[in-house]
Write a protein that binds this ligand. Structure first.
Ligand code: 2P0
Length: 326
């Protein structure tokens, strides 16, 4: 028998309070709560088909069959779904990443969230958002937050049961993000390895944990007030602290390229000109600007003096996970 899902769409998210460290690597339980904004510009559509004719799981991304390594995270989710639904068939996963440039922005957050949705649908499981978030988390931590639109908080919890994301705010106010795509071709330290290294070796890790608790409280009240300046300031602080952990690890590492630094300088420059613009960065050299959605066009004009059109992507708050009807 064939059990095929409809296409499921999940958008990627960018953390304003970063997740950077695991308490449990197998269950993917984090050291701290994190908070993100789901964005409209990047998303993944996924369909899953459990089919007894298959003799192994297969994953196609944009029509290309992926290797075992790429399949690994996906299989964690498939196995959990098979166990829960009591099915034994292998699966074929078809995924399409909608990324407006070819700059390697494909995200595990949207990918694993869409997979959690499609796999559970194909298996006939009728999961709540909370259960979907827990399932997505087992593939990739940040995917737990992509179940929701707008702002979402991943509550770290203390076990598989209580570690999931919850919606915080629909973000239907004047906030947006401009991505500055910087690809310096270096092989980066993976998130998994980076997190492990800072947890084990950074002398500042305790300070990260204690200060992040305060940042989270302040961030939630700034979001409630729709205060772009406070939201931006706290997000920038959280990102820079995360990157400071990396510099303080042993051996140290960083994700910055010369172009990242240039983009960061531009953010200060734009602030001097009076724009509420703040930066965030993740496990790579791209710089993301948190700004007013209503000022994005104006800011793009200024950024185009330094960066190419293809390097810049505008995004607004995006929706939560959805089943695409035919
Ligand atoms: C975040 N990042 O909060 C942080 C900030 C990158 C920097 O979550 O190991 O792919 O699969 O749980 O979710 C990227 O790491 O890591 C990430 P795993 P994930 O968005």
């Amino acid at each position: 028998m064939i059990k095929q899902s409809k296409w499921v769409r999940a958008h990627t998210n960018i953390a304003f309070i970063k997740y950077w460290g695991k308490e449990d690597e197998t269950l993917i339980l984090p050291k701290n709560n994190s908070l993100s904004l789901t964005l409209d510009a990047f998303y993944t559509d996924t369909q899953v088909c459990f089919d007894k004719k298959l003799n192994k799981d297969i994953l196609f991304i944009d029509g290309e069959e992926q290797d075992k390594k790429a399949l690994k995270k996906a299989q964690v989710i498939l196995d959990l779904v098979r166990k829960e639904a009591g099915i034994h068939e292998f699966a074929r996963i078809d995924s399409k990443n909608h990324v407006p440039t070819a700059a390697g922005l494909a995200s595990s957050a949207s990918g694993l969230a869409a997979l959690a949705g499609a796999a559970s649908l194909a298996a006939g499981l009728n999961l709540t958002k909370e259960e979907l978030s827990r399932l997505a988390r087992r593939g990739s931590g940040s995917a737990s937050r992509s179940i929701y639109g707008g702002f979402a908080e991943w509550q770290k919890g203390s076990s598989d049961i209580d570690s999931f994301a919850i919606p915080i705010d629909e973000a239907d106010w004047d906030i947006g993000m401009i991505f500055i795509i910087v690809d310096d071709g270096r092989k980066e330290v993976s998130s998994t390895e980076g997190m492990r290294r800072v947890v084990e070796t950074s002398p500042y890790y305790d300070g990260w944990i204690s200060s992040t608790k305060e940042d989270l409280i302040d961030m939630k009240s700034a979001i409630k007030m729709q205060d772009i300046v406070k939201v931006g300031e706290i997000a920038e602080r959280s990102a820079l602290k995360m990157h400071a952990l990396n510099l303080s690890a042993n051996p140290p590492f960083n994700y910055w390229s010369p172009e990242s630094i240039e983009a960061m300088r531009m953010v200060s420059e734009l602030r001097k000109q009076g724009y509420p613009v703040y930066l965030t960065m993740d496990a790579g050299p791209n710089v993301k600007l948190i700004c007013k959605a209503s000022q994005m066009e104006e800011l793009m004009e200024k950024l185009l003096q330094t960066f190419h059109k293809e390097q810049l992507v505008m995004a607004k708050p995006g929706p939560g996970i959805q089943i695409l009807e035919d």
